[in-house]
Ligand binder design. Sequence first.
Ligand code: ADP
Ligand code: ZN
Length: 675
Amino acid sequence: MPNPDNQKLSPLTPRTPFFAPQVKNAPSPPSSHTDPLAALKQIWGHDAFRPLQQQAVDAAMARRDTLVVLPTGGGKSLCYQLPAACGSGLVVVISPLIALMDDQVAAARQLGLRAAALHSHTDDRHRQSIRHDLRQGHVDLLYLSPERLVMSDVLVSLSPRLALLAVDEAHCVSHWGHEFRPEYRQLAPFFDTVPACPRMALTATATPRVQDDVVAMLGLRQPLRLVGHVDRPNLLYRALPRQDQARQVLDVVTRYPGQGGIVYAQTRAEVERLAASLAKAGISCAPYHAGLDPAHRRKTQHDFVHEQLDVVVATIAFGMGIDRPNVRFVVHANTPRSIEHYQQESGRAGRDGLPAECVLLFSGGDLAKHRAMSAHDGPLPPERAQALETQLHDIGLYAVAPICRHRQLTEHFAQPYPSAPAAPPASPAPNSPPAADPCGACDVCLGQVQELPAPQALLTAQKIISAVWRTGGRFGRGYVAKLLLGKADERMTRRGHDQWRVFGILADAGPRAVSAWIDQLLVQGMLCVVVEDLMPLLAMTDAGRDLCRNIGSVRLSVPPPKPTRKRDRSRPDSRTPSDDPTPLAPAQQATFDRLRLLRKLLAAKQSLPPYVIFHDSVLRAMTQDQPASLPALRSIRGIGDRKLQKYGPIFLRALAGEDPHSLANELSPESPPEE
Ligand code: ADP
Ligand code: ZN
């Protein structure tokens, strides 16, 4: 848990900074920075704004309402932190998760901002000191839980200095979002008590319906809508047919030794099973699902964020509040319920902008399971059932269609891909590959998924549908696959099915391809699953019958070859995101690991998540540039003045080869280092 000390406000409770005597009285008032760009450089150490950040900051400072939609990692927090840093007054941030809030306060204070948080876990003494500081005008950034805001007249009492009301994770206000929070619906009347204060709603959820809901529910007044591009170019997307779940998950995890990742599974039992199998393979991992007790879950989340745990295997219960930026992979061991869910969950990878990998293991059976789970408490009303079918169809198509995955995700959110002009025709001709440049960051564009030529795809589909038709819809997919592969068992021989013309008709293709094609035909609506006496049976649809008469079209892709234990990293198609454009040489890797260890030790000492000290990208740049002086260190992006003062000297010594343990031991809060 974050150290409560990190929330204390210095004017009342001066605290010796960890190792920098010269900032003993920090954070000091930020009034010296009125120019946002100067503040960006000085405080954050960034040299330019990311897309839409400046517009958001300018609007807030001009006291205009805004809706900011930026993808995860797009830099939303800066949009409301910067006005606070520029001496505009007090910025109040409504944030749904307390754990997230404490980390955000810790990170802001590391930058030198005068930040605090008030929520149900804030103890009385601490609350009083924060209130005192608020009265004195010594807080510029106040994080509030929605419950706290609607409990009192806190806003009115703050109104003289109030510069901005920012609502983070604003999609929580919408039923259409993923994480509806009833308290969010009660915010608007409280905002109305301070009508002069501008409002800023921030979310990563890009659907227009959610955006409209946010504007209406939070009472944004003719807001400036700043909607960024949803694409995350640093993410490498892969979707594979699921063959051997545990093995396929392990294959991804072992590509990132000692690094952070999340594995999502559909059920608690699967979570437990996968976590056990990873642990058996020596991976630092823990399960996370709603069946585990809250203290246990909190510890898992804390350990993951503090880099004391590499991998969390979880149901979708794990997610919001995971602000760890260096999550290098997200594996979906089962198919998620919708593209929105996939975007949200996979989006937790690579917030730091460095390459990260998102792998989806698809099986048509998962979709049936989602249907069953949704109907658990009785049949869904027709429109909900229809919406679910659309969602399942879309995510299924995403997983099996041999179309660039960046493009599919982007276009799902009604945005053009690529974001630059020269977009290809809206609907590519059937059975032809998309006429676009390869994105270079998905399995389709990297040539790992091969599409069958149109005539071959048609013929193959007709063979499979014929076999299903021949079985009269009375057998499951396993039986149909064996029939097509010509693998007769005793049952099949007894029935004489090994005499049928379809028997062995796809023997050359192999079981992986046949299984994948059945999924692809299911998703494209040529086949369907009918459950009889709890048995899922494969049946032909009208579209399937039409296809057998050469009406309609179909696309089929060949699954990639089974991964071998030994991976040839030099092959272009084995590119993984860790193959950064500028890979670290072995000696550099040792330096990087040393800096990472130092960061971890320093973070642990202050009960902070490591990323609030420096991001991986900063450590990488230090490793590559080898700065030998503070000015040289300051030229690295992401190191602002305060962090330079506080951590610069010690990181320079680590760069020069000193042992992180002794560096960390030598420096204690009681004995700050000599410069
Ligand atoms: P979001 O809340 O949108 O997911 P964050 O606010 O957490 O994103 O920012 C993601 C990362 O981007 C952080 O590491 C942040 O330091 C970095 N970042 C934000 N703005 C900039 C910028 N203008 N230049 C470089 N990096 C930035
Ligand atoms: Zn692509």
